[in-house]
Design a binder for this molecule. Structure first.
Ligand SMILES: [Zn+2]
Length: 145
């Protein structure tokens, strides 16, 4: 995986991520200090429950960071800009897939990571020969047949 190199773009992405984390951290602080996600008073929790709560909230921030990092990955950019992709089955150059309304089609991947589940939208392509719709996965994650 490669990162973007355009410095203006990097700055813009960094600011966007900071805003995203800012919005999220307000809600996380509320759950740590005012009311937990299941409506409990966090001060009624014993110490190990508070530790577990803090750890969960930390993981939520970690997943936002990881999600954003992956969405800015150069590989994602290559897939996003590709007008066609080689079919993993027969090798035929396959065009972008469009849904029934004629919109560009994406698959929402859910990746299980140490930071929890994260989502990534990946462009879909369609091989006319195999009649298969596929999304190119990063080479290191390619485990499907
Ligand atoms: Zn094919």
């Amino acid at each position: 995986m490669k990162k973007m190199t355009d410095p203006d773009r990097s700055k813009e992405i960094q600011e966007k991520l900071s805003r995203k984390i800012g919005e999220r951290s307000g809600r996380l602080a509320e759950r740590m200090l005012i009311r937990t996600e299941d409506g409990r008073d966090p001060y009624d929790l014993d110490f190990s429950e508070r530790e577990a709560l803090a750890e969960r909230l930390g993981k939520e921030i970690a997943s936002v960071l990881l999600e954003e990092n992956l969405s800015q990955d150069a590989w994602r950019e290559i897939v996003e800009e590709a007008v066609s992709w080689e079919c993993p089955r027969c090798g035929k150059d396959s065009p972008r897939h469009k849904d029934d309304d004629g919109n560009e089609a994406y698959e929402q991947l859910e990746l299980k990571t140490k930071a929890g589940m994260i989502r990534a939208d990946i462009r879909l392509f369609r091989c006319g020969k195999c009649r298969k719709i596929f999304s190119p996965l990063p080479p290191e994650n390619q485990s499907r047949s």
